[in-house]
Design a protein around this ligand. Structure first.
Ligand SMILES: [Zn+2]
Length: 535
């Protein structure tokens, strides 16, 4: 007897092929039979008449590293049909973490840090903690380069010494040994932003030796987008490592249209045998921390030093000048976006500002946007979330349609209850995958259904070297989403983001139902996945 039989569905298998009709039998976590199967052969039947049956979605770009420890049910992700999250992106993982760096990391996290027992140090210990605790989704972890630097050099704005670089390499190697899928960088965020290209190549070579990948929030996504894409490609070439450019976009109105050239660079790189792809989310706004609007020198020495600088009138003037005039090589987010397009998504002590722009807050406070930002950062001890409305719909659709793009939320596993129900986070956290299937497949017909599903399943699985997930195949793990193609729709908005999508009927992870008839079963069948080293 099979454990579960999915009857009468339209199967879209993740390969890009159109649907076919068949039944799927699941046993011991895996897909064991596809074809015409009698209901008498299974303990449990799911009637999928009129529904699409697809491989579970793989979120190529997630930041749930810490949220999974608070809420292993990862509601905002599993409700979208996501069965695997790739965590540790943008240079930021919460392991490895030397014991004397825990306090620094807690400051980066803010008040939520107290929700968790900080009892890991090595990457292995972090993976073990996740495994012990369980999760509704599978997890594929990356090591953050910023985290490696924080462990060894804290927030020092200089090149590493040979010993320091060797220590970073050793921490990276140990993490890859423990099961990391590769290394990520976030080259606009301190301390990762202090690294020159050569340092990253040196470290990426270590990741390459282990068959890992390199993912990057590149150094610039606005005025210097193309230069930053070239840097990522150079790293891929010199370190001989597959590259994933994170959340491909062209930010700031003056740069709209540049994604075409950026993607042409990816295509040219592939013609030179450099394996490079990218991911995207289907929105024209990004999200990050407000402190990312400050010049790199302000971040030197860490958060406490930054807050001290923000209280010094002379230094405030200097920051104003730097933002107004720019600094060579620095991505000036505030200038690119404009104060009225930067909206607060989270601030613990000034909740009334959530949903307001910096311009509006300045008006309320009777001051200018610069001082409003400085004061807010001081009051909130630097933990302020923002949404930046700075991309174009045409660019986003161009990236979506491009053969080299796959899907990533760039989000965290929120829940509309408990400590994670906070703020007005970017709706991508709840809506990314259903938004593509509803708005951009069903309504606007930007992609076919089978191509959208391919970008959510087999394409990221291939990139990660997950050779037994991402397709509906006999012998593959039973990560499966069953949805209504007519009802699928994202509901989360910028003003009301904590809302589940509609149309996702069942989500099965490793053969266990996590979403059943649109309800969370509480099950935690997710695994921390192991990379299948391909080299
Ligand atoms: Zn990023």
């Amino acid at each position: 007897m099979f454990d579960i039989l999915i009857k009468n569905g339209f199967i879209i298998d993740g390969s890009g092929n159109p649907w076919f009709k068949a039944d799927i039998a699941i046993e011991e976590g895996k897909i064991c039979k596809i074809g015409r199967i009698s209901i008498s052969e299974a303990d449990e039947i799911i009637d999928a008449s009129g529904l699409i049956v697809a491989p579970g979605f793989i979120d190529m770009h997630s930041h749930s590293d810490f949220f999974l420890l608070i809420n292993p049910r990862s509601e905002s992700k599993i409700r979208q049909g996501i069965t695997t999250e790739v965590i540790g992106n943008c240079g930021f993982s919460i392991a490895p973490l030397k014991p004397d760096k825990i306090e620094i990391m807690k400051k980066e996290i803010g008040v939520l840090a107290d929700e968790v027992t900080w009892d890991w140090s090595t990457f292995k210990e972090y993976i073990n903690k996740l495994t012990r605790q369980g999760s509704s989704v599978n997890v594929a972890p990356l090591v953050g380069h910023g985290t490696l630097r924080l462990n060894v050099m804290e927030y020092e704005n200089r090149d590493p010494t040979k010993d320091e670089l060797d220590e970073m390499k050793a921490l990276l190697a140990e993490s890859l040994e423990a099961g990391a899928f590769g290394m990520s960088t976030g080259l606009i965020y301190a301390p990762g932003s202090y690294a020159k290209t050569e340092e990253i190549i040196e470290l990426a070579r270590v990741a390459s030796e282990y068959g890992g990948i390199y993912t990057s929030h590149i150094r610039n996504e606005s005025d210097k987008l193309l230069e930053a894409v070239k840097e990522a490609i150079k790293i891929g070439k010199n370190a001989n490592i597959p590259v994933e450019i994170s959340h491909m976009k062209s930010a700031g109105k003056q740069n709209w249209g540049k994604v075409k050239e950026a993607l042409r660079l990816l295509k040219l790189a592939r013609e030179e045998s450099i394996e490079v792809t990218c991911d995207f989310y289907p929105y024209t706004a990004g999200s990050t921390g407000l402190a990312a609007c400050l010049p790199p020198w302000v971040h030197e020495g860490g958060i406490e030093e930054m807050l001290k600088k923000l209280q010094d009138p002379a230094l405030r003037e200097k920051i104003k000048k730097d933002i107004e005039e720019g600094i060579e090589g620095w991505e000036n987010l505030a200038k690119s976006a404009g104060w009225d397009r930067i909206v607060i998504s989270y601030c613990e002590r000034n909740k009334e500002y959530e949903g307001l722009s910096i311009s509006e807050i300045a008006k309320i406070r009777g001051t200018n946007p610069f001082d409003a930002m400085f004061d807010l950062l001081i009051e909130e001890e630097a933990v302020v979330g923002i949404i930046l409305h700075m991309m174009s719909e045409d660019d986003m659709k161009y990236v979506m349609k491009h053969p080299l793009s796959m899907v990533g939320t760039d989000g965290e596993g929120y829940a509309p209850y408990g400590p994670l129900a906070r703020g007005k986070p970017h709706p991508r956290n709840y809506g990314t995958f259903p938004r593509i299937l509803g708005k951009y497949v069903k309504e606007e017909k930007v992609l076919t259904l089978q191509d959208a599903i391919r970008k959510m399943t087999s394409m990221p699985a291939q990139k990660l070297g997950l050779l037994d997930r991402g397709l509906i195949r006999e012998g593959f793990w039973a990560d499966i989403v069953i949805f209504d193609p007519l009802k699928i729709s994202d509901k989360a908005t910028f003003s009301n983001p904590h809302q589940y999508p509609t149309g996702i009927e069942y989500v099965i992870v490793n053969g266990v139902k996590v979403i059943e008839k649109g309800k969370h079963t509480g099950e935690l069948p997710g695994k921390v996945l192991s990379p299948k080293r391909m080299m």
